[in-house]
Design a protein around this ligand. Structure first.
Ligand code: PLP
Length: 347
């Protein structure tokens, strides 16, 4: 099938044009080989999809979701985006930048989710950029239902006369996931263009919208590329359940039928002690990818995803001839909040 035919086929199977959308993202993002990392690990064929280069305020995966979420906010005549995340949330930083780009205000609730961090953790990295974008911030202790906290703030803001639009943590609902349906179609087209067909896609999975959008996109377009989510927080069964639920609500929004949970792949072997806490494998992944590819990962998400890829290769999970695509979801801004940890790591 040639490219035009492929484009047609994907376009008929999945019509994203009926959804409100704003343009925020550099796309398509490149797919590049990782030859030196591949040689270091002894294969398989490794590629990286550079969603760290989506372009908005140092980039990352949330920008694709925000194209649809902010589109919906504008359609609903909102004047303010309200969202929540952990202190070093990349999602909050990208939402703050998106608000500036479309001329809205942004209000964020930041959860003190990661224990034992220096004071600078609440000042540098993503928090510094949130402030640069003029976001108003409220802090919360860990362990609350943060989406419920944010919805209560939305009600308060509405009563004060604002027109807030609520974006859940990570932008992970069926509207946000459309950003990764779009990315799945983009990858399928890049496969046609380059003639390189992937056997697996590997990525870090957290609030689930990225994995769910990819799975829904591959499923509905008929390109059934398996996606391995490396959990950054939750144990296997809970993460599979959460991804599966969002895959099916996204497929529903697209007018496609539900799929069974057996289609969702998650590995929870690289979480370490918990969300935002680096394990040795996390630091090894940051170091290896920097030294062999000149690519910056982040300590919370993409390095746990890469640790998963490295671990799966060492376990012999892939065939030597497999083409494996790592999705770089961004986040390197958070490196600066982990200065002490990174400086203390000796490889
Ligand atoms: C949010 C985030 C993820 C995880 O994506 P989800 O859609 O929340 O699962 C991965 N990497 C980075 C850098 C992120 O900021």
């Amino acid at each position: 099938m040639n490219l035009a035919q492929q484009q047609n086929k994907l376009g008929t199977a999945v019509d994203l044009s009926k959804f409100a959308r704003v343009s925020l993202c550099h796309q398509p993002t490149p797919i590049e080989p990782m030859k030196r990392l591949e040689a270091e690990l002894g294969g398989p064929n490794l590629y990286i999809k550079r969603d760290d280069c989506t372009g908005l305020a140092t980039g990352g995966n949330k920008t694709r979701k925000l194209e649809f979420l902010v589109g919906d906010a504008i359609a609903q005549n909102a004047d303010m985006l309200v969202t929540q995340g952990a202190i070093q949330s990349n999602h909050v930083r990208q939402t703050a930048a998106a608000a500036c780009k479309v001329g809205m205000k942004c209000h964020a609730l930041l959860e003190r989710r990661v224990p034992g961090q220096p004071d600078s953790y609440e000042e540098t990295g993503n928090v510094l950029l949130d402030k640069l974008f003029g976001t108003s911030i409220e802090f919360r202790p860990s362990g609350l239902d943060m989406n419920a906290e944010a919805e209560a703030v939305v009600e308060k803001l509405r009563a004060e006369g604002h027109r807030p639009y609520f974006i859940p943590g990570g932008g992970s609902n069926a509207i946000g996931a459309l950003g990764y349906v779009s990315c799945a179609l983009e990858i399928a087209l890049q496969e046609e263009e380059t003639g390189i067909h992937f056997d697996w896609l590997v990525m870090g999975t957290g609030s689930t919208g990225t994995q769910a959008g990819l799975v829904a996109g591959f499923q509905s377009s008929g390109r059934d590329l398996p996606v391995m989510g490396i959990s950054v927080r939750q144990p296997h069964d809970r993460q599979v359940g959460a991804v599966h639920k969002l895959v099916n609500s996204t497929l529903d929004v697209l007018g496609h039928s539900a799929i069974p949970a057996s289609k969702i792949h998650v590995d929870d072997g690289y979480v370490g002690e918990g969300y935002g806490i680096t394990a040795d494998s996390t630091l090894e992944a940051i170091s290896m990818t920097a030294l062999h590819e000149g690519v910056l990962l982040d300590p919370v998400y993409s390095a746990k995803g890469m640790a998963g890829l490295i671990g799966l290769i060492r376990q012999g999970f892939f065939k030597p001839t497999d083409n494996v695509l790592f999705l770089h979801t961004g986040g390197s801004t958070a490196l600066f909040a982990y200065e002490d940890t990174l400086l203390n790591y000796q490889k």
